[in-house]
Design a binder for this molecule. Structure first.
Ligand SMILES: Nc1ncnc2c1ncn2[C@@H]1O[C@H](COP(=O)(O)OP(=O)(O)OP(=O)(O)O)[C@@H](O)[C@H]1O
Ligand SMILES: [Mg+2]
Length: 293
């Protein structure tokens, strides 16, 4: 099928034009069915991502419950990271829609999406490794703060910008304390252990005070003590109302910590259920779990 057959949006179009649903043709019932149920801050519908001839995400759809820790699992190459990239604006999806609290965010820039309260963790790049932990925090993407910087030119509100900077520093320290890496504030990020670096990646993401956090293998290379610490922190944050979507290959971590598990296979959602049901799902066992439990 060509792109025009599928209604798939092409590069450069407006976010509203990406969905292939024509509101004119929908009945009230159909429209109501598409409304995000209360408590589902993130909804993905018929998401597609094509790289040349390769379809990495092939019509994936799911909705995430507020305050939940939902697992996203599946074999290598299933499209999990690409789905995260499409949700957070790293890639512009070739089709489908992503909604945050019923607001279309498909195709927006990552900083615009972060400003609306949805972030993913990013690996600390080589440049950031040459900076201290505190500098990494102060350089973290800041949601709306950049937009209000113009106010610095107005003398009357200059103080409020300074106050914002002070708040940012305070929040950076608080977040480092929360993850128990404040004693490493002056250490170069490149000198951290793999596990400490993962804590810093998460601390940076949380600095923007997001609502929904996407974690792509946050426990890879993390020792058991730090792994427990990270999972405890996620639990505390959930109690405060944060929502997490977690990609992880360790099935024990997924089954013990997630109340719901979405299984991706070849770019599609194969199953979306409670952990116990996922464990017994024949299709999931064949596609993935057979080799992983
Ligand atoms: N930027 C890209 N350009 C071309 N192909 C890509 C790109 N990113 C991902 N792919 C391809 O898309 C498919 C899905 O990859 P993706 O990284 O999303 O899988 P994954 O589920 O995260 O796998 P893993 O568990 O190994 O991390 C793979 O075939 C991958 O090679
Ligand atoms: Mg991946």
């Amino acid at each position: 099928m060509s792109e025009s057959d599928t209604g798939v949006a092409i590069e450069g179009e407006n976010p509203e034009e990406i969905t292939d649903i024509d509101p004119e043709e929908d009945s009230d019932v159909e429209r109501a069915a598409r409304e995000i149920p209360p408590g589902r801050p993130l909804r993905v519908d018929d998401l597609r991502m094509e790289f040349g001839g390769l379809t990495a995400v092939d019509g994936a759809g799911f909705a995430i419950e507020e305050g939940s820790l939902t697992g996203l699992i599946g074999p290598n190459g299933a499209g999990k990271s690409t789905t995260f990239d499409c949700i957070t604006g790293v890639h512009r999806p070739t089709g489908g829609s992503v909604k945050l609290h019923n607001e279309e965010i498909t195709g927006l820039q990552p900083y615009e999406i972060a400003a609306r309260g949805l972030v993913r963790t990013f690996q600390i790049t080589r440049e950031l490794q040459e900076m201290t932990v505190l500098e990494n925090m102060l350089l973290a993407p800041r949601g709306q703060q950049g937009e209000s910087l113009w106010r610095a030119v107005l003398p009357g509100v200059r103080r409020s910008v300074q106050a914002q900077e002070r708040e940012l520093r305070e929040r950076a320290w608080e977040t480092l304390e929360f993850f128990e890496i404040d004693h490493l504030a002056e250490e170069y990020a490149g000198n951290l252990s793999g596990g400490q670096r993962k804590l810093l990646e998460m601390a940076r993401a949380l600095l923007t005070d997001p609502e929904v956090v996407l974690l792509d293998e946050p426990l890879a290379g993390v020792n058991p003590t730090l792994e427990r610490k990270l999972l405890e922190r996620i639990d505390e944050l959930r109690e405060q109302g944060y929502t997490f979507l977690l990609v992880e290959h360790d099935m024990d971590v997924i089954m013990e910590n997630c109340e719901r598990v979405i299984v991706m296979h070849q770019g599609r959602v194969l199953a979306d259920d409670a952990p116990a049901a996922i464990r017994e799902n024949e299709q999931v066992i064949d596609a993935y779990l057979g080799a992983n439990v």
